[in-house]
Ligand binder design. Sequence first.
Ligand SMILES: [Zn+2]
Ligand SMILES: [Zn+2]
Length: 66
Amino acid sequence: MRTVFIPCMNCGKQQTNNHSFWFVCNTCGFRICLSCLNHQKGPHGGQGRKCGQCTFGFMDGPKKLK
Ligand SMILES: [Zn+2]
Ligand SMILES: [Zn+2]
């Protein structure tokens, strides 16, 4: 698998796609790194597994991106 760098959508820090600690919202696709899980910026006050960007989203992970 090719390694590419992907920016965290919360803090902007770049991680590789095979970094195994991504969390991705199952509703809006918001993608964050592990260290942002409890520090999400967003209109819906994301904390932990609750997505900060949408109303009912759940952060799925940790997982690698394809
Ligand atoms: Zn981050
Ligand atoms: Zn979401």
